[in-house]
Design a protein around this ligand. Structure first.
Ligand SMILES: Cc1cc2nc3c(=O)[nH]c(=O)nc-3n(C[C@H](O)[C@H](O)[C@H](O)COP(=O)(O)OP(=O)(O)OC[C@H]3O[C@@H](n4cnc5c(N)ncnc54)[C@H](O)[C@@H]3O)c2cc1C
Length: 463
């Protein structure tokens, strides 16, 4: 016989499993306050936002008054002056106690805010960063329809210099909060682009300039996240809205966009894992089988599954907090940035790839196992809402950089060195080339040589 207690009567994972030693007293107080906001405002909206594909504007705005939208901004700009470790904990808390869609919109918002902060000017501080406290929401628009999850490689976009600014084309295949965010940090090839795709520039544009199609968004999970297409159609962007110098895009990726996505999304995946564990603990400790006189949690198989999920998730969390604290050390707790051309966070990319891979791999496993623990009751939408955590968690593996790409990055870097990654496909694989040439007959070599000489005369183009 099923007996499901109301959610308010259930506790979830005991707080003794919280790695509190990573946080100061002030941070623990802030996390408690954030949990209250999640429980009072964000969580009650999560199921309906998921059902109706509603952008979590109200949930994001609920984070503004206490300063969470400017988590790592200096206090004099209305921020909380917090660090990278706290950022991981905040995304985790929103996903666990609030709503994972809201957590992912928050991640993209913080990515946009920090990309602006990296190259802050008086103009961007006044127009965007100081307004965040009032509920101004930003996002990142990077993924390109031509290059899939290789979001660092925008083929379908461009920029040209005109009087007083630039005309910018951005075609994005995915942009979280598209059509709902107030400002968009986006990347295109530079105005002086000459075939080198690593020559990228960053712009910030306002809501009125972009075209989005939220009506087309529908997805398995993170449904409130509204990650639709975006078009900025050769619109004029004033000089002041160029973020950093021309050609700063690759550096901005390594120093802001990648680190803040990888930490924040890892926090989000870990939060979903914890939320699923909470639900499984709450449910299995009250559901009874009267025939054998046991609760579901009394079966050793359930204890094993919950124990393993806690250990794997805490391994992932402490890994995230540890790498985040490495970034804190080199940036004075996210309060300083390296000079243009230098890297601080970017020197830890090979660690940041690992945390996202682990957290995304773990969440996919944990949500499955917690579903098994909760049985058919977990499979239904209500009352547990576990199936939403399962669907939301599945986004972890496929969001770029995807887990396929990340494990290859790490393996290739370890085996062949960082330079072997060749993000923009420019290095020549001479080993493969010479190996293929060995197979050519004399006539085939002559034919190839003639073709190459003709192409060389045509400025190297095969056209
Ligand atoms: C919920 C959600 C929110 C998102 N929000 C944003 C956002 O705010 N901004 C943004 O810019 N983008 C966003 N994205 C886009 C995301 O980062 C990826 O670009 C997108 O998921 C790629 O989808 P695709 O179908 O093009 O995948 P593809 O790139 O076509 O991948 C298909 C398969 O090929 C594999 N693959 C790809 N490249 C390689 C490789 N080099 N080696 C081995 N395997 C490879 C992939 O791992 C995958 O298994 C979001 C995506 C999701 C799901």
């Amino acid at each position: 016989m099923a007996t499901v207690a109301p959610e308010s009567a259930m506790a979830g994972l005991d707080p003794m499993f919280q790695p509190d030693w990573f946080f100061t007293d002030e941070q623990l107080r802030l996390l408690e306050r954030l949990k209250e906001i999640c429980e009072e405002t964000i969580r009650p909206l999560a199921a309906e936002n998921d059902r109706t594909l509603t952008f979590p504007r109200k949930s994001l705005e609920a984070l503004a008054p206490d300063g969470f939208l400017g988590l790592m901004l200096p206090k004099e700009w209305g921020g909380l002056g917090q660090n990278h470790v706290m950022y991981a904990a905040v995304t985790e808390t929103i996903a666990r106690h609030g709503d994972a869609s809201c957590a992912m919109c928050y991640v993209m918002h913080i990515g946009a805010v920090e990309a602006l902060k990296l190259r802050a000017t008086d103009y961007t501080i006044e127009k965007y960063l100081k307004k965040v406290k009032e509920g101004l929401i930003g996002t990142l628009s990077y993924s390109d329809p031509e290059t899939g999850s290789h979001f660092w490689y925008p083929i379908a976009s461009g920029a040209r210099k005109v009087d007083g600014g630039y005309e910018v084309l951005k075609k994005a295949s995915w942009t979280t909060s598209a059509g709902f965010a107030d400002f968009y940090v986006l990347q295109t090839t530079s105005p002086d682009y000459n075939g080198d795709y690593s020559n990228l520039s960053v712009f910030v544009v306002d809501k009125d300039e972009i075209e989005a199609k939220p009506q087309e968004w529908d997805a398995m999970g993170l449904r409130g996240n509204q990650s639709g297409t975006l078009l900025l159609d050769w619109k004029f962007v004033p000089e002041d809205q160029l973020v950093g110098p021309i050609g700063d895009g690759a550096n901005s990726n390594d120093e802001a966009v990648d680190p803040y996505f990888l930490i924040g999304s890892s926090g989000c995946w870990n939060g979903i894992s914890l939320g699923a564990i909470d639900i499984a603990i709450r449910h299995t400790t009250v559901k009874k089988h009267k025939d054998v006189g046991m609760r579901v949690c009394d079966y050793p198989t359930i204890q094993d599954a919950v124990g393993e999920a806690i250990m794997d998730t805490n391994a992932s969390r402490t890994f995230v907090f540890s790498v985040a604290s490495a970034l804190d050390k080199v940036t004075d707790g996210a309060q300083t940035n390296p000079a243009i051309g230098d890297l601080a966070r970017g020197n830890y990319l090979h660690w940041l790839w690992q945390i996202k891979f682990n957290a995304a791999k773990n969440v996919a496993y944990v949500v499955d196992k917690m579903l098994h623990c909760c049985g058919g009751t977990g499979f239904k939408k209500e009352p547990l809402q576990l199936e939403r955590y399962l669907r939301d968690g599945k986004a972890g593996w496929v969001m770029g950089p995807t887990n396929e790409v990340l494990r290859q990055f790490v393996g290739k870097t370890a085996l062949l060195g960082m330079e072997s990654l060749d993000y923009w496909n420019v290095s020549i694989n001479e080993r493969a080339l010479n190996n293929e040439l060995k197979k050519f007959s004399a006539d085939q070599k002559r034919e190839l040589a003639e073709r190459l000489i003709a192409e060389a005369g045509n400025n190297g183009s095969s056209a």
